[in-house]
Design a protein around this ligand. Sequence first.
Ligand SMILES: *[C@@H]1O[C@H](CO)[C@@H](O)[C@H](O)[C@H]1NC(C)=O
Ligand SMILES: *[C@@H]1O[C@H](CO)[C@@H](O)[C@H](O)[C@H]1NC(C)=O
Ligand SMILES: *[C@@H]1O[C@H](CO)[C@@H](O)[C@H](O)[C@H]1NC(C)=O
Ligand SMILES: *[C@@H]1O[C@H](CO)[C@@H](O)[C@H](O)[C@H]1NC(C)=O
Ligand SMILES: *[C@@H]1O[C@H](CO)[C@@H](O)[C@H](O)[C@H]1NC(C)=O
Ligand SMILES: *[C@@H]1O[C@H](CO)[C@@H](O)[C@H](O)[C@H]1NC(C)=O
Ligand SMILES: *[C@@H]1O[C@H](CO)[C@@H](O)[C@H](O)[C@H]1NC(C)=O
Length: 497
Amino acid sequence: MSTLLALKALPVLAAGALAVDFPTIPKDLTTPYQQRLAIYGPNSVSVGWNTYEQLNQSCVLYGPSSSSLDQEACSTKSTTYATSRTWSNVAILTDLAPATTYYYQIVSGNSSVEQFFSPRTPGDTTPFNMDVVIDLGVYGTDGYTLSSRKAKKSDIPHVEPGLNHTTIGRLADTIDDYELVIHPGDFAYADDWYLDIDNLFAGSEAYQAILERFYDQLAPISGNKLYMAGPGNHEADCTEIPYTSGLCPEGQRNFTDFLHRFEGTVPTAFPSQSANTTAQALASQARSLAAPPFWYSFEYGLVHVTMIDTETDFADAPDGTDGSADLDTGPFGRRQQQLDFLAADLASVDRTVTPWLVVAGHRPWYTTGDGNACSPCQDAFEDLLYRYGVDLGVFGHVHNSQRFQPVYNGTADPNGLDNPAAPMYIVAGGAGNIEGLSSVGTEPSYTAFAYADDYSYSSLRFLNETALQVEFTRSTTGEILDTSVLYKEHATQFVDQ
Ligand SMILES: *[C@@H]1O[C@H](CO)[C@@H](O)[C@H](O)[C@H]1NC(C)=O
Ligand SMILES: *[C@@H]1O[C@H](CO)[C@@H](O)[C@H](O)[C@H]1NC(C)=O
Ligand SMILES: *[C@@H]1O[C@H](CO)[C@@H](O)[C@H](O)[C@H]1NC(C)=O
Ligand SMILES: *[C@@H]1O[C@H](CO)[C@@H](O)[C@H](O)[C@H]1NC(C)=O
Ligand SMILES: *[C@@H]1O[C@H](CO)[C@@H](O)[C@H](O)[C@H]1NC(C)=O
Ligand SMILES: *[C@@H]1O[C@H](CO)[C@@H](O)[C@H](O)[C@H]1NC(C)=O
Ligand SMILES: *[C@@H]1O[C@H](CO)[C@@H](O)[C@H](O)[C@H]1NC(C)=O
């Protein structure tokens, strides 16, 4: 009890005595930071960024060459919340030619020209790679890469543009190897601010400083690659240590920072490209039931990707108002809305357009280690994934890399990787954060690969309509730790089994 009182008193006692490692505020307050791109629609991309002042107009110039940025997109969205030092801005670039390199410049007194590759048309059969990064935290004293917690702030290596950040560095070194990234949950680990003793007197300032640093560190990737975000528990976690919920910074409550950053940056669901009118109607139903950035879907060449929210909005959702994590967050939709969305979205997928169907979320139900599986997630989602023939389930939350044989209801599919009916599942939670790696622990019988010796991430290589190569890479060395090829015939246009 005395601990409780002492901790609650800290912010008051500490006023002014800040040791927080904030980035420097630029002289030109319109300078863009924390750039992030996302697929917004079949021919559109969102550019999100933060500034140290509110913008009346958030504008981006863009075009097919760096010397002819002949189009402009603007919005008036520039939002913040009480404890943040920055404003989140977004503009939507429309009418993009598919699979084309574009150049863009955020309108500011102090910005540079950057580039991105626009989304492939659904049904484009060109092979491409999509990287998967989950559970990625800040680099530096408040993060995971510094061995000694006692190092002085002045010893923090300056990260950009050298990018020695283990996983971000590997993503930078391999930037031409993948076309987009999905990151379903756990960004920055700003809610772990208290793990650095220097931050104990700084609460919400430390929290904001970590967020600013992290999204600055990510910007060389997320500002040049389509980077699709989803929610994880660390976007809402106020109770990692007992007795501190009274110290919960505002951005951390109920996904506040996550929403400011990603709301209006990702799509609802794409209009169906199928000739089948039922599929078209289901896709439009999915559009109206989506709640981005919590649950939504998009298509990219050979694949339809559905992002789900394993934190809130289903029975006994861990971060929901009655959930086991005691976070009291959400809901973000009406009762059943997420599950109705998922059913409509998955049922709408025409495999003659997008043969591959991937569902990505944060908490896994197939995982090694005792007590790591989210059984309410399994109860809510697994039957839908099986029924509509999802090929691959992508999850994180457990801080290591894992791959499972295709499995349904705890039983391995007898076909293995050779045209299984059940989804294959991976956990790609090893990207690195201040909480470190989770040991592998108990391995279910259908485990195909499990690795927790170093930071790692996954690459999904869509080779063609029937072959998907799944790789895990060790971030520090680039070594391929595991590779497998899932073969799916995709002979049924609308799977319903
Ligand atoms: C311009 O932006 C860079 C970061 O991109 C920053 O370091 C510099 O301080 C900014 N200059 C001004 C005048 O704000
Ligand atoms: C925004 O508009 C206000 C009033 O209309 C003006 O005073 C301010 O200078 C503008 N800010 C920027 C950054 O243009
Ligand atoms: C970052 O990596 C580069 C090249 O690998 C190396 O020369 C440099 O010393 C590293 N910097 C830090 C701060 O570790
Ligand atoms: C149209 O699509 C629905 C599912 O979206 C499917 O059940 C039905 O069989 C399809 N009809 C035809 C003629 O393929
Ligand atoms: C969280 O935010 C959502 C949407 O803004 C709101 O509907 C919900 O009531 C909030 N939940 C809590 C517990 O404050
Ligand atoms: C799932 O497996 C459990 C036993 O592990 C069994 O009781 C149950 O009937 C199975 N459900 C389905 C739908 O196969
Ligand atoms: C798909 O790629 C796999 C692996 O490279 C190859 O074996 C297979 O023949 C290809 N299938 C088609 C239809 O091109």
